[in-house]
Write a protein that binds this ligand. Structure first.
Ligand code: GAR
Length: 194
C-alpha cells in the first residue's frame, strides 16, 4: 500500500474527487490532506469522507520541516497538489524527488507562472481569445509550473465562452483524468507495489 498526501488551498473539489477515486483501491490510499488555509473548504469535504486534514501556516510550508513531520506521521510516499497555491520549498522537494505532481488548469507553457492560478488563468485564456484550453499534469520543481509535463488534455472554446464556462470545462477534464494519471504515476514510481 502506498500513501498519498493531497495539498490543497481552496474549495477542494479535486481533492474530494481523488479521495473518492481511491477509496476502494487496494494499492493506493489517500492518507492525509494538508492545507495552508485553516478555513479552506477542502477540510470539510475530505473529513466527511473519513480522511484527516491538517492546516499549517504558509510559513511552515516554506520552512518545510513542520510539513515533513506531518508527512512522516502519515507515512506519506507521494504528494499531489490539487489547487495548492504556495510554492513547494526546497526541503520538501529534496525529501520527495520526482514524487510530487501538480495539476494546472491550462495548457502549459501558456498561462503559467506566478499569479496564474484558479480563475485568473481562465480570465487570461478568454482575454487572449484562445480556441482551446485544457489541463496539464506535471512534476513539481522549484519554479511555478515548470516541472516535466506528463499529461495534457484539451477542450475546445468558442467565442461565447466566459471564464466561468471555461472553468467548468477544465474542471470536467480534471475530474476525469487527474486520479487516473496519479494512479499510473504512483504505480510506475513504485513498480514493486503490492
Ligand atoms: C483547479 O482548477 C486546479 O487546477 C487549480 O485550482 C483549481 C482548484 O479547484 N490549480 C491552480 O491554479 C494551480 N496553479 P478545486 O479546489 O475545486 O479542486
Amino acid at each position: 500500500m502506498k500513501n498519498i498526501a493531497i495539498f490543497a488551498s481552496g474549495t477542494g473539489t479535486n481533492a474530494e474527487n481523488i479521495v473518492k477515486y481511491f477509496s476502494k483501491n487496494e494499492k493506493i490510499h489517500v492518507a492525509v490532506v494538508l492545507s495552508n488555509r485553516v478555513n479552506a473548504g477542502v477540510h470539510e469535504r475530505v473529513r466527511r469522507l473519513g480522511v484527516p486534514s491538517v492546516a499549517l501556516p504558509r510559513e511552515e510550508f516554506i520552512i518545510g520541516e513542520p510539513v515533513l513531520e506531518v508527512l512522516r506521521r502519515y507515512q506519506v510516499d507521494f504528494i499531489v497538489l490539487a489547487g495548492f497555491m504556495c510554492l513547494i520549498s526546497e526541503p520538501i522537494l529534496r525529501a520527495y524527488p520526482q514524487r510530487i505532481l501538480n495539476i494546472h488548469p491550462a495548457l502549459l507553457p501558456k498561462f503559467g507562472g506566478k499569479g496564474m492560478y484558479g480563475h485568473h488563468v481562465h480570465e487570461a485564456v478568454v482575454a487572449a481569445g484562445e480556441k482551446e484550453s485544457g489541463i496539464t499534469i506535471h512534476y513539481i520543481n522549484e519554479h511555478y509550473d515548470e516541472g516535466q509535463i506528463l499529461f495534457q488534455a484539451t477542450c475546445p472554446l468558442t467565442e461565447e465562452d466566459t471564464p466561468d464556462t471555461v472553468a467548468a470545462k477544465v474542471h470536467a477534464l480534471e475530474y476525469a483524468y487527474y486520479p487516473k494519471v496519479i494512479e499510473q504515476v504512483v504505480e510506475d514510481a513504485f513498480s514493486s507495489i503490492g
